[in-house]
Design a protein around this ligand. Structure first.
Ligand SMILES: [Zn+2]
Length: 210
C-alpha cells in the first residue's frame, strides 16, 4: 500500500494559499546533518491532491487531470519539476518582499512564464439570460494547468500584501512563511501548537535546568 500523503493533513497555517504551497517544503531551514528539509510535494498525484484540498481544482477537474496524466509518467514528472521550481521562486520572491529586497529577475521570470503558459481557463459568457458571468473553458486543460492558478495566487499576494505582512516562523529550522493580517503584526509562530509550544517547552527546560 502506498504511504499516506502528508500533503493531505499538514497544518495550513500560511494564512494564504500561495504560502501554504511554499510551506509544502517542511523544515526548510533544518541542516542536512539533522535530516534536512522534508518535501511533501512527492509526486504529481500529491500536487493534484494539494490543489483539491485547497479548492484550487474541483473533483471533476481532478478526475480529468488524472485521466490526462495517466500513462504519461514523463509529462507528469515534468509538471512536478515545474511545480517545485515555481514553489522555490515563490519562496524567494516572498522572502525578498519580507526583507524589503528587490526581487530577482530570474524568479519573476519563472512566475511569469507559468502565468503566461497556463491561462486562466475561464471565459465571459451569458450565464443567466442576458447576465454575463465567468464560465469554465474546458478546452486546453493540460496536466500543468493548476500551476497557472497557483502562480496567479502567488502574484496576487506579492502585489497586494501589506508591508511586514509576510512573515517567517521564529521556530528554529521551521522556515514556514505566513501572511499575518493582524493589525499589530505580532504573530511569531506558524502555529502555537507546533513551533509555539516547542519554544515554550524549551524555555521551560532552560529555566529548570539551572
Ligand atoms: Zn514554525
Amino acid at each position: 500500500m502506498a504511504e499516506p500523503l502528508r500533503i493531505l493533513d499538514y497544518g495550513l497555517h500560511g494564512g494564504h494559499p500561495a504560502l501554504d504551497f511554499v510551506n509544502t517544503l517542511d523544515w526548510r531551514d533544518r541542516p542536512a546533518a539533522e535530516g534536512g528539509p522534508e518535501d511533501m510535494l512527492v509526486s504529481y498525484g500529491a500536487l493534484l491532491a494539494w490543489c483539491r484540498r485547497l479548492g484550487i481544482i474541483g473533483a471533476p477537474t481532478l478526475a480529468e487531470l488524472e485521466r490526462l496524466a495517466a500513462g504519461k509518467a514523463a509529462q507528469a514528472t515534468a509538471v512536478l519539476t515545474e511545480a517545485v521550481g515555481l514553489r522555490e521562486a515563490l519562496y524567494r520572491l516572498a522572502q525578498a518582499a519580507r526583507q524589503g529586497r528587490t526581487a530577482k529577475p530570474a524568479d519573476l521570470e519563472t512566475l511569469n512564464r507559468t502565468l503566461l503558459r497556463y491561462p486562466e481557463g475561464r471565459v465571459l459568457a451569458a450565464v443567466n439570460g442576458a447576465r454575463l458571468g465567468w464560465k469554465a473553458h474546458g478546452e486546453g486543460l493540460e496536466p500543468g494547468s493548476p500551476l497557472g492558478a497557483i502562480a496567479r495566487l502567488g502574484a496576487d499576494l506579492l502585489v497586494t500584501a501589506a508591508p511586514n505582512s509576510i512573515r517567517c516562523c521564529a521556530g528554529p529550522d521551521c522556515g514556514w512563511l505566513f501572511h499575518d493580517t493582524s493589525p499589530n503584526k505580532r504573530r511569531r509562530w506558524c502555529s502555537m501548537e507546533s513551533c509555539g509550544n516547542r519554544a515554550k517547552a524549551r524555555r521551560h527546560y532552560e529555566k529548570h535546568k539551572a
